[in-house]
Structure formats: structure tokens, C-alpha cells
Design a protein around this ligand. Sequence first.
Ligand SMILES: *Cc1c(COP(=O)(O)O)cnc(C)c1O
Length: 386
Amino acid sequence: MNRPANVYLDYAATTPVDKRVLHAMLPYFSEDYGNPSSAHWRGQQAEAAVDQARKIVAECLGAKREEVIFTSCGSESDNLALRGSAFARRKKCGANHILISPVEHHAVLHTAEQLAKEFEFELELLPVDKYGMVHPEELAKRLRPDTAVVSVMYANNEIGTINPIAEIAQVCRQKGVIFHSDAVQAAAHLPIDFGKEGIDLLAIGAHKFYGPKGVGALLIQKDTDLLPTLTGGKQENGLRAGTHNVPLIVGLAEALALTKQDEDERAKDAVCKRDFLISEVLKRIPDTRLTGHPEKRLPNHASFVFHHADGNLLLILLDAAGFEVSSGSACKVGNPKPSDVLLAAGIPADWALGSLRVTLGRDTPMGDLDAFLDVLPGAVEKARKK
Ligand SMILES: *Cc1c(COP(=O)(O)O)cnc(C)c1O
């Protein structure tokens, strides 16, 4: 099909693999193919590559090497964090209460819901403000002696809001409660200091920062109680069995190192473009609201709701014009229910159904934004119920 334009503005859903990352990964598929668990030379070569990747990830995120374990994706990291800590704390001290924000990614939310429904944990959702932000005082009021784990995401994938994670972590540490943060979006854009911020568990996934799909990591502060959910061999301190996916692990580390190299500069550039986009959308389209925090948001992230618009129709119209965007979360296409995240931030359903997320990439030129802004007002008009 001949698309009028070919503009990808959905970098929060996924990113292309950086050519340098691909280059770093390639030898580990068919030349250096050893199993890191093997005692011989070829195995040792592979183990050295995994060790080096672990060192890089630790340095990039302010962690110690032994605090990094590799997983198959951000979702797996979230699952292990939540499930692993909930079961370990129940076993150790009878803790049965799970406290999470209502705007968590489904990898956290649905895991917590399963723990409640099938395993009789008590799940409580924290309040958030109109920007979808969690306030440490609200968390402090709800922590209990039997709280097993708290999970609050670093930055939201749907509305971009950044949470005060260091303060939240401190509240949890004072009470001796395990704190997990989903940083799958944040790691692509924000400096993270795992040790200094006092976080116990932190999840990342490579494909959100120009690394390959199908690989993630979980950072685990050394005293954290965690029951492994994938059992088998002794890999990853016995916390995550399975032969290491060496090429993907190498790719994750390379992608993260490249991301951290010019993070500040890129963030400044992205913020300029993002704020231009936001102000133009609000100016050009009536009955439009920004969702998420106006300043404390991911630098590449703009999200809106258009009153009485059909968000799914809007995506289809924009796609037909050659612009790939999202309604907020890649998992929600074809679902006419308003997003739980938007509802939790107090946005009424007649607004929330008309949501749009535009996320910029490293190399998004201003020209693409101009072209998008030319098309968007007409598309919103068409997507509005008559
Ligand atoms: C993408 C994403 C995930 C899931 O990561 P995968 O690697 O795709 O499994 C989890 N949390 C957030 C905030 C995300 O954006």
C-alpha cells in the first residue's frame, strides 16, 4: 500500500535495534556460541561476555554487579519481583498485603491481581493525583506491618508521569517493606541510581531503549527476600534458571550503555520537541487536554484526550495517513473500554475514550512533527462523534 507518509511516533511501544547494538550481538549467535555454564574454554568465553554485560548494566544504573540478573523481558522482571517477594515475605513473616499504584503496567497489575485472586493476598491500590502521580505521604498512611511488597512505577508508559521514586523508596525502607519499581520506560530516558535511591527491586527491558526484544533485567538489592519462579539450573544466583541468552544479554548492555552516553543531551532535545508538540496540539484542537504531568513527565512523551472522540478510530485514521501512534499502551488496541490509568487519574470516560499517545524517538525530525500537526486536527474532527 502507498502510505502518504511513513512516520513512527510510538517509541514507548518499542524502538528499532540500534545498528551498533546489532553489531555487538552478532558474534554470539554462531561464532561465540558457548553456554556460560560450561566449564570449558568456549563456555568461559560466553561467561565473560555475560559478566561484562552485567558490569555495564550495574554501572549504568548505580547498582552492584551481583545485584543484576537477566530475564527474558520487562514483564518477566515485574513478575519475578512481585510474585517472588510476595511469596518470600509470606513464608518468612506471614506478610499478606500488597500495595501498588493503580497506574501500573499490566505486567505488575495483572500479576498482583492474580496473587489476590488465586493466592489470597490482599491487594490495595494507592491513590494518585490528577497527573497519575503517587505521593509518598499517601503511601506512608497505608503501609502496614503485614505489607509484603509495594510496587510503584518509575515513569508511566501511558501518560508519561514520573513518580518521586527516591522518596517512595525511603518510606518503604523505614518500614522494612520491599519496594519494587517498574523502570521499563524510565531507563530509556532518566538517570537512575538504584543504590542511592534505595530501591529494592527494579525492572528494565531492552527493546524500549534501542535494544532487542525478548530480554530484560531485574536489579535486586542484596538483602531482598525473593522466591525464584523459574526453577532449574543455578544461573543468576539461583534466582532465574535457564541457559543465558548471551547475544540478547550483550545487546541489552550495549543498548543501555549507548543510551546513558548522551542521555542528558537527548533529553533536552526531546523536551523542546515534546513541548512544541504539546502546545501546538492544545492550541490547534478545541476540547483537548494533556494527560499526565505537564513537567514531571518523560522527555519524549506527549499524551492527550480529545472530548467525545473515538480513540481507536483516531488511530486508524492517523495510520491511514502514515502516522503510527498509540492510544496509550500497545496492549489496548481494539479494546473500547476507557483506560484504567486515565480513569485513575480522574479523567471522565467521555474524555478517556479519546486518548492519544505520541512518543518521540532519538532521531525524530521537527519536519515529522509539523507533518503530524497538519494531519491531526482533521483526524480528531472525523473521530468525534457527530
Ligand atoms: C513495555 C513495558 C513493560 C513490559 O516490558 P516487555 O519487555 O515488553 O515485557 C513493562 N512496564 C512498562 C512500564 C513498559 O513500558
